[in-house]
Design a protein around this ligand. Structure first.
Ligand code: ADP
Ligand code: MG
Length: 699
């Protein structure tokens, strides 16, 4: 591999702060900077000036087109390319790009899901520049990160509500910070570092599996003799082909200013992880979308396929995304980091409480923010956190909170009764010994790690809900404390009350055990929303609508549309999986088993011709077992087809999703059971698709 100059490469395809500072006039630069850092409205003249320089830069770097890059509710990113060329009237062209084109685009919204908004409003939508996320060049195209709305202002994408949620938490956190005397803080933002898991398999194997091609996951496949039980893959030596891929990937990401930092093997064979250095939430979201896209693109160059599905292989750990989340001020203070003085500690504890309360009050929103057909296979399957949302704090912090709650001495470094604002908190050790990988929402020293996200899902959804719910806690605290006569006393009481009232959400034990499910649901009254159809309709619960509309994150119409789109997504996904199964069974599996049966029966015939007394035990017992299985497969596939056909008559998305959960998925699982059993008995030569073993060991 040739040597790369990383600092030179990094951000070379990004119109970042370095470019802006160098190319824009002092006046334009500082005005744009104000928009970026403090959400100050963008001046049109500034946009015009930025467009001129952005175009120059893009042309210098080989761009011929530009696009408004956005994240519709389909989950993938969308772009519509326009070239810069403008005819000059004399047969020639000029490369043009105006401030107007930078600020606003008009893609045809009708081809994107709008969940009913389309019916109520106009089909046309527009994209609006998000100056807080830098423009970049991809495939000779200048990509301008944008938000996507309908003409009546309804959000049709994931970025708009994310930006709104960031505004909400900024607003409420500033109120709280003022009470602590932080007059210098102008802006508060949440930051995210999403750790991305993925599988890498050989392209040739992928091409032979219709299930992978159509659905991103294997719908059949008997367990391989060697899976992940040896634990020899986790942090193991990375294979040369994978190393080459990772090097290539890193460089592509670095060019786009994405801070790809660590990479290692994961638990399952062929599974890996990429972790970026954290950044502001909306940028982290854009970058994660780009990362997923580039991971897949680079894989192709290496004859590989990058699988981002949450559960590509049954019985093998699936892929998630750990959303490391924190809140910081523009003065560089991480509000989830315990401070050095009693005062800072009280402030830290209040923000900690805000998160604890948010997770408890809005368990349902957090759960549904990660609900997809793919992720349903993962949550609660003893490889990922359960579907029950709870918070892990670790022994030390739990001890401190207990002491505060009970006005009891904290048995820490010195034995003191914790009086907030008076006593310093003991410093917590931030080592990794106190780790609990089974918790969906864990405090890790100076941030929370929300671990329930699926690998393919946009992180926008989870962060919208997280920001919103925490903004709501902070809002309540600010209301209460702003009016307090004695701030210290009011603060102490508030923190004590929150810890007491939300105790039930705190759980440091093993989240994978059945005991926890029982305790969580029966004793603590926590929600256990196992599937997408269970979780998603909660979006429209009164308390959720009230909170999300109060903070202007969604309108009620937007929430209705989102609920519908997410369920529709679930329904379509599983429907395609069901149809793919039917197709594979009828066209590939049954004929293949049939061929093998024919070979076996021909063998029995020929052998009996030689000697009438031979038993042909292997041939005959296999024939018996396989014909039983083909009978079962036929019944099961017919049954599945009928269940799928019934979906066509349903027009309510919730009803359909419930039918899928209760009727279709169980039938898919039954059918799979029979086919996998047949795979174990059929000669590999006849089996129409590569086995799990072959796929997982293919790289
Ligand atoms: P850990 O040892 O807890 O996994 P790392 O330093 O490896 O911590 O970080 C894991 C992820 O968390 C990385 O993506 C990192 O950038 C991110 N992270 C670290 N600090 C923060 C923060 N303040 N806000 C958001 N993400 C963070
Ligand atoms: Mg981690």
């Amino acid at each position: 591999m040739e040597k790369v100059n990383v600092p030179e490469l990094f951000g070379s395809l990004v119109f970042d702060d370095r470019q802006m500072r160098a190319r824009l006039s002092e006046e334009v630069y500082s005005s744009l900077k104000k928009t970026i850092d403090e959400n100050v409205r963008l001046d049109e003249k500034v946009a015009e000036a930025v467009a001129v320089e952005m175009k120059k830069w893009a042309l210098e770097n080989g761009a011929t087109h530009f696009t408004h890059w956005f994240q519709p509710l389909t989950g993938v990113t969308a772009e519509k390319h326009d070239s810069f060329i403008e005819p000059t009237g004399d047969g020639g062209v000029l490369m043009e790009f105006s401030g107007k084109e930078l600020i606003k685009g008009e893609p045809d919204a009708s081809s994107f899901p709008s969940g009913g908004l389309r019916a109520t409003f106009e089909a046309r939508g527009y994209t609006a520049w998000d100056p807080t996320s830098y423009a970049f060049i991809k495939d000779h195209t200048l990509c301008i990160p944008t938000a996507f709305c309908s003409y009546s202002g309804e959000a049709l994408d994931k970025k708009t509500p994310l930006l709104r949620s960031m505004q909400a938490i900024n607003r409420e956190a500033l109120r709280v910070l003022k009470l602590f005397g932080n007059e210098d803080v102008k802006h508060v933002a949440t930051s995210v570092g999403p750790e991305q898991e993925y599988f890498l398999i050989d392209q040739k194997m992928f091409d032979k599996r219709p299930d992978l091609i159509y659905t991103g996951r294997t719908l059949f496949g008997a367990r391989p003799p060697k899976g992940q039980e040896m634990d020899d893959h986790y942090f193991g030596v990375i294979k040369p082909r994978v190393t080459a891929y990772m090097e290539d990937l890193n460089q592509e990401l670095w060019k786009l200013g994405i801070l790809a930092k660590t990479e290692h093997n994961e638990v399952a064979p062929a599974q890996h992880e990429l972790a970026p250095i954290y950044s502001t939430t909306n940028i982290a979201t854009d970058h994660n979308q780009l990362t997923m896209e580039i991971m897949q693109k680079v894989a192709k160059r290496h004859g590989l396929v990058c699988l981002l599905h949450e559960k590509p292989f049954a019985g093998v750990n699936g892929s998630g995304k750990h959303n490391n989340w924190s809140i910081s001020t523009d003065t560089g203070v991480n509000l989830l980091s315990p401070g050095d003085t009693p005062y800072e500690n009280a402030q830290f504890l209040l923000f900690l409480c805000a998160v604890i309360q948010a997770v408890d009050d809005y368990q349902d929103l957090l759960r549904l923010s990660v609900a997809t057909a793919g992720n349903d296979h993962r949550l609660g399957a003893n490889e990922a956190p359960p579907a029950i949302i709870s918070v892990f704090l670790g022994e030390e912090l739990s001890g401190i909170l207990d002491a505060i709650k009970n006005d009891a001495p904290y048995e820490g470094v010195e034995k003191v009764t914790m009086k907030l604002g008076v006593h310093a908190l003991p410093r917590f050790s931030r080592d990794t010994t106190d780790r609990n990988r089974t918790s969906p929402f864990a405090f890790t020293g100076n941030k929370f790690e929300f671990r329930s996200l699926g690998s393919s899902n946009s992180i926008a959804c989870a962060n919208i809900m997280l920001n919103a719910a925490v903004a709501e806690s902070l809002h309540q605290y600010a209301d209460e404390l702003e009016g307090a006569a004695d701030f210290q006393a009011a603060l102490h009481n508030l923190i004590k009350r929150v810890i007491t009232e939300h105790q039930r959400i705190l759980f440091d034990g093993n989240g994978y055990g059945d005991d926890w499910v029982k305790e969580a649901t029966e004793v603590r009254g926590l929600l256990n929303l196992k599937t997408t159809p269970d979780a998603m309709p909660k979006l429209l619960d009164e308390k959720n609508v009230k909170m999300l509309t109060a903070h202007k994150i969604f309108t009620e119409a937007e929430l209705k549309s989102r609920c519908e789109i997410m369920l529709e997504n679930y329904n379509k996904t599983v429907n395609i999986e069901g149809l793919t199964m039917v197709d594979m069974v009828r066209k590939d599996y049954l004929p293949a088993i049939e061929e093998y049966l024919y070979t076996l029966s021909r063998a029995v015939e020929s052998i009996k011709n030689i000697s009438a007394t031979v038993k042909c035990k292997y041939e005959i017992s296999t024939i018996e077992k396989l014909t039983d299985l083909t009978d079962n497969i036929l019944d099961a596939v017919t049954d599945l087809e009928e269940a799928l056909a019934k979906l066509k008559d349903m027009d309510d998305v919730i009803e359909t999703s419930e039918a899928i959960r209760d009727e279709v998925l169980p039938r898919m699982s039954t059918l799979r059971g029979y086919v996998d059993a047949a795979e174990m008995l059929t000669s590999g030569k006849y089996w129409p698709v590569p086995s799990y073993g072959k796929i997982l060991m293919s790289v």
